[in-house]
Design a binder for this molecule. Structure first.
Ligand code: HEC
Ligand code: HEC
Ligand code: HEC
Ligand code: HEC
Ligand code: HEC
Length: 162
């Protein structure tokens, strides 16, 4: 699991940024383009590697971008990527989604077992040409429970608050 720990380094920092509920617009450090990757048929799992087997999905490291992007480019966002790479720095992505520490949530459970599409919980982020300024879905406790009631999943406190 060496690559896993490499990705996980970022998470505590990223999570801390948004738990209060992101009322401020989120400006990402780089104009990442989900749509271009969707058109190029790069699967979500190439960059968000872990949802099939873990509670989290993962945010890609800068190094993983260089698998496909290297060398000079005229595109400003790719020039910016090259600067981070040259400096050996991680891109400080800001988190849009995050549950507080007292809540247990699992991607594997929802994506693999319950077969729920990413867009149902995250909106159309995977098709946007620019990062959204706000979370596209308000993931409140009521939101979780509404779907659990609809899908006959558990609504016992203890399942989500462990
Ligand atoms: C080439 C890499 C790449 C691919 C492919 C990709 N993403 Fe992303 N994704 C990112 C990066 C980088 C960010 C952080 C910047 C941002 O929010 O746009 C991100 C952010 C997100 C977030 C917000 C996470 C948070 O809490 O801030 C969601 C949700 C997401 N992606 C879903 C998807 C889905 C669904 C797909 C497939 C349809 C997908 N992504 C494909 C790289 C990728
Ligand atoms: C599996 C290969 C792959 C990975 C990994 C990947 N990309 Fe891409 N990316 C592409 C392809 C293919 C395109 C569309 C063709 C092009 O513009 O090069 C693209 C396009 C882009 C564009 C849009 C360029 C434009 O013309 O507007 C940006 C910005 C970008 N990628 C940034 C990133 C970042 C940042 C990462 C890491 C988080 C990343 N990519 C990871 C393959 C990849
Ligand atoms: C049932 C709702 C649900 C579904 C389906 C879902 N997510 Fe999430 N996602 C969440 C929640 C809730 C969080 C915040 C979790 C946390 O703080 O640990 C999140 C967080 C994320 C993040 C932030 C980083 C991380 O490591 O978790 C990314 C990226 C992401 N989701 C991508 C995806 C992708 C890609 C898919 C589809 C394969 C997907 N999600 C499906 C609810 C969902
Ligand atoms: C779109 C529907 C949907 C949403 C939204 C959703 N869930 Fe679920 N959840 C399900 C389904 C369906 C299952 C049952 C999966 C199974 O049986 O494998 C489930 C199962 C679970 C479980 C496992 C329960 C157990 O028996 O151990 C937990 C924990 C959980 N969800 C937490 C959450 C949290 C926390 C949120 C909100 C952040 C959330 N869910 C949002 C549909 C959803
Ligand atoms: C399906 C998952 C789920 C179930 C079931 C659930 N919760 Fe929650 N709960 C959450 C999530 C997600 C949050 C965080 C919501 C947010 O940040 O907006 C939360 C937040 C809370 C909070 C903190 C509220 C706050 O304003 O910070 C309390 C207290 C709480 N829940 C109590 C309960 C009790 C009591 C039950 C049982 C009657 C319960 N929860 C059942 C998902 C759940």
């Amino acid at each position: 699991m060496r690559s896993s720990s490499r990705h996980m380094v970022l998470l505590p920092l990223l999570t801390a940024l948004c738990l209060a509920g992101c009322d401020e617009p989120t400006d990402q450090p780089l104009v990442f383009n989900h749509e271009a990757h969707k058109e190029a048929e790069v699967d979500c799992s190439v960059c968000h590697e872990y949802f099939q087997r873990a509670t989290y999905s993962g945010i890609p490291t800068t190094e993983s971008c260089t698998l496909c992007h290297e060398g000079d480019s005229q595109v400003p966002a790719l020039q910016r990527l090259a600067q981070y790479v040259a400096a050996g720095e991680e891109i400080p992505w800001k988190r849009l989604y995050g549950v507080p520490g007292h809540v247990y949530y699992s991607h594997r459970r929802h994506v693999v077992s319950a077969k729920i599409a990413c867009a149902q919980c995250h909106g159309a982020i995977g098709e946007l040409a620019e990062p959204p300024k706000y979370a596209l879905v308000d993931q409140s406790m009521q939101w979780c429970i509404a779907c659990h009631e609809e899908r006959n999943a558990s609504t016992d406190c203890i399942h989500c608050h462990r």
